[in-house]
Ligand binder design. Sequence first.
Ligand code: ADP
Ligand code: MG
Length: 243
Amino acid sequence: MIKVTNLRKRFKDLVVLDGIDLEVNRGEVVAIIGPSGSGKSTLLRCLNLLEKPDDGIIQIGDATLDAKKYGRGDVYKLRKQTAMVFQNYNLFKNKTALQNVIESLIVTKRIKRDEARNIGMALLEQVGLAEKADSYPITLSGGQQQRVGIARALAVDPHAILFDEPTSALDPELVAEVLQVIKAIVQRQTTSIIVTHEMAFAREVADKVIFMADGNIVEQGTPEQLFDHPQNPRTKKFLQQVS
Ligand code: ADP
Ligand code: MG
């Protein structure tokens, strides 16, 4: 479903992705953990060309993009494969919850407004927010805003969902409601990559856990392998620090 080969990215002299190889099978849930600044967000952002990779090949669904030579059509095709859930929700402040969810359906997929409304309401139902359809983001809690963000990601029916620390901007008491929604989604065999600091959550939902440091995948394995029997000293140190 997702295959990344030798992905490289630098910002000026700073190497942020140092030749990442990554494979995610259909329906698989991959959690990425690692210290701040290790390149986790940049990796996700390269997967949909929000950030331009310097080198490497990205295959997602039926799209393939070579960082050394691609055109606008390749970018468009790659972007259609995934949807992203951001740390800070990135909702349109001047649109209601429902309008946020259906925006891409109307603008990109050219679905008629009535039909888009029905799809959007079903998605808001799924994240437990049907009654907030006409509310503006500012009137919603952080947890509710993120659930709108998740409904919006689902709306485009992506091949894979990329979650970038979806709960790290939330007050502690709001984390659980969002994790519960994500868990319900990923357990329905939605291919997903989740960057997270929630180790218990990663252990619970992930098929595979990847530990990144300094732009490299240092270690990967099942949650049991990585959390209970880490091999690399850096993984061990990180896990000690976060537990
Ligand atoms: P993580 O998500 O693991 O915390 P990031 O991918 O956000 O790490 O960042 C990796 C490194 O790249 C950091 O040192 C960060 O400061 C740097 N970086 C990220 N985005 C940019 C940018 N647009 N310009 C310059 N440096 C950046
Ligand atoms: Mg990040």
